[in-house]
Design a protein around this ligand. Structure first.
Ligand code: ZN
Length: 75
């Protein structure tokens, strides 16, 4: 049975990651706190998502966000 790698909580069978929702959320909050520029990119992408005409811009902001997260994870 899969368990969260961070807190050891048993994960639902359909879960595709090795971390539970609470822990991944906490991790994102931590990333935001330590890296304000990531939060900025994330918030921009959320804001822009509400405007359909900005889909390309959203994709760019979001990939910037994902890049930043991947870089942090690669440390
Ligand atoms: Zn967890």
């Amino acid at each position: 049975m899969a368990k969260c790698k961070q807190c050891g909580k048993v994960l639902p069978k359909v879960w595709r990651t090795d971390i539970c929702l609470e822990c991944s959320r906490a991790n994102v909050q931590k990333i935001f706190k330590e890296n304000p520029e990531v939060k900025q990119a994330y918030q921009e992408s959320i804001e822009e998502m509400s405007k359909p005409e900005n889909i390309e811009k959203v994709a760019n902001s979001f990939s910037r966000f994902m890049d930043a997260v991947m870089k942090l994870r690669g440390k």
